[in-house]
Design a protein around this ligand. Structure first.
Ligand code: AMP
Ligand code: ZN
Length: 306
């Protein structure tokens, strides 16, 4: 539960972004349009993250904001995060079923029982599209990827940094454990340098995902104990409630095993990813430097648009 004070801070920041025309309301919490200035910052952030990761020579790929349902199921997303997920449902009936759908629509009744699950789900994280592309492969050396796309998580909130539809830019590595851990070390240094150069106050901390239910709490605890997730926190709403603007996950051989990806020695590949929340970083920048980009410090503008 969040305090009334924090909720007010969220609403006031959200309304400030609405009033400045940077975010455009839709009537649904966490689903907004973005202005050209907002997108200019997002583009600058993508460029800056791309420049940071460039020495690793990542393969750059783009995916749609959806994944096949078989991948979604294999990832266990519905088991782990049923509260966040977005499987896509559509109408598959014939004339008779259509009549009854129309009846429900005419009566203003719920119509979900007329729909059935399709072969796709909204993607909750952009690295999920990458692992299946390596399925069944043996990697002769570490592979690094960069990808950015819209993600969906059903977590409606007035907090303008917690969206239902948001973008991440992720860098992902697959390879031998030592190589993956070295790569993670590098990003643990790089990420705070970038956020600091952007004039943001940042600290890192060990974190965990919100796995659902009793079994989920054990998974969260184990993830935390093993320090598998580290977040870069920016105190936009105060030191007591900082927001993760980026996070690094070390998956050990989890995805190697799920998708049968192996290294040159025949062992399961390890993997790690770093994701920057593009809207989170953008909102943090508007909060820190004001809603007029032209008044931002020169150093920050140079970092985004050199
Ligand atoms: P995660 O996969 O949870 O580690 O998320 C990676 C990054 O995406 C986080 O560090 C955030 O910056 C961003 N992110 C996660 N959830 C949201 C959300 N609901 N709204 C906006 N950004 C988010
Ligand atoms: Zn990821």
């Amino acid at each position: 539960m969040i305090s009334d004070e924090l909720r007010e801070a969220h609403v006031s920041m959200r309304d400030r972004l609405f009033d400045a025309g940077l975010l455009i309301p839709s009537g649904i919490d966490g689903l907004y349009g973005r202005s050209a200035d907002f997108e200019k910052v997002v583009a600058g952030l993508k460029r800056a993250v791309g420049a940071l990761g460039a020495p690793d020579g990542p393969v750059e790929i783009e995916f749609p904001p959806m994944i096949p349902r078989v991948t979604f199921d294999r990832l266990g997303y519905m088991r782990n995060f049923p509260q966040l997920c977005g499987p896509v449902f559509s109408f598959r009936g014939g004339e008779r079923e259509f009549s009854s759908l129309l009846h429900s629509l005419d009566e203003g009744e719920p119509y979900d029982h007329h729909l059935s699950q399709s072969e796709v789900a909204l993607s909750p994280a952009c690295c999920y599209s990458v692992y299946p592309t390596q399925s069944g492969q043996q990697l002769d050396q570490a592979r690094v990827f960069q990808t950015a796309q819209y993600c969906f998580r059903h977590e409606p909130s007035p907090d303008p940094m917690r969206l239902q539809a948001f973008r991440q830019i992720e860098n992902i590595v697959l390879g031998l454990p030592d190589r993956v851990l070295d790569w993670r070390e590098q990003w643990l240094e790089r990420a705070p340098v970038l956020l600091t150069d952007l004039g943001l106050q940042v600290r890192s901390d060990v974190a965990n995902d919100q796995f659902f239910g009793r079994a989920g709490r054990l998974m969260s605890m184990s993830q935390r104990e093993q320090q598998l997730k580290i977040e870069f926190l920016v105190p936009v709403f105060g030191e007591d409630a900082p927001t993760a603007c980026a996070s690094i996950n070390y998956h050990q051989d989890h995805f190697g095993e799920l998708f049968d990806i192996r290294t040159s020695d025949g062992e399961l590949a390890h993997s790690s990813c770093i994701g920057f929340g593009l809207e989170r970083c953008t909102v943090a920048l508007f909060a820190a430097h004001g809603t007029e980009i032209r008044n931002w410090p020169h150093a920050v503008r140079d970092c985004l648009w050199p």
